[in-house]
Design a protein around this ligand. Structure first.
Ligand code: CTP
Ligand code: MG
Length: 182
């Protein structure tokens, strides 16, 4: 697989995992998942930045995007000559839900390390969602995962994701949608 193909496949396949966090920023609010509860250390379990609405809307937005990509795929594959993978229904849910779950787990880790809501945690912030999205996809669709995430594609995902994450969050901050640029 050449480099351009690896980048195209990595970006395409991870789109349903990239969108949920941004959708959650737009849709978030309302009741926090932890209901205001604290952990043994007296600090919040997750914090006010992880809400039911953000998680649900984020997951649905990613799943809807995967469905739309499935529809657009034949024409795009024809036009570009790149064999872009389709998203089986379980994967269309696992990628966005895994992304949201990774972000939630990261908030748990951040709170335990004494970081307040919104504090930066370099690398965890940029890779939490991608790692859990990949693990969940591998669990629900092992054969699809092996066929899609070849070593070059995984490497591109691990390099490309932090770059895109930094750029989109900086953009959301400049647009006034997000309180911090990370
Ligand atoms: N959001 C949400 N539900 C989620 C994830 C995000 O409602 N599951 C919304 C919240 O409004 C949140 C915003 O998106 O404030 C930005 O997300 P993020 O940067 O992940 O949260 P932070 O507020 O920075 O909190 P944390 O320190 O826990 O990451
Ligand atoms: Mg944050």
């Amino acid at each position: 697989m050449d480099a351009v193909t690896a980048v195209a496949v990595a970006f395409w396949t991870m789109l349903p995992a990239y969108v949920p966090n941004n959708a959650a920023v737009l849709a978030g609010g309302g009741r926090p998942i932890d209901g205001g509860r604290t952990w043994r250390d007296g600090k919040r379990l997750l914090g006010d930045g992880k809400t039911w609405r953000g998680t649900l809307v984020g997951t649905l937005a990613g799943a809807a995007l995967a469905a739309a990509l499935n529809v657009a795929r034949p024409a795009l594959a024809d036009a570009t000559g790149v064999a872009l993978p389709a998203f089986p229904p379980v994967v269309a849910l696992a990628l966005p839900f895994g992304a949201m779950l990774g972000d939630i787990l990261a908030s748990f880790v951040k709170r335990r390390s004494g970081r307040e809501r919104g504090a930066a945690f370099p690398l965890l912030d940029q890779l939490d969602f991608v790692v859990v999205a990949l693990v969940l996809a591998a669990l629900v669709a092992p054969a699809w995962f092996r066929a899609t995430f070849t070593l070059p594609v995984v490497l591109v995902v691990l390099v490309l994701t932090p770059v895109l994450h930094v750029l989109t969050n900086a953009g959301a901050y400049l647009l006034g949608l997000k309180d911090e640029p990370w």
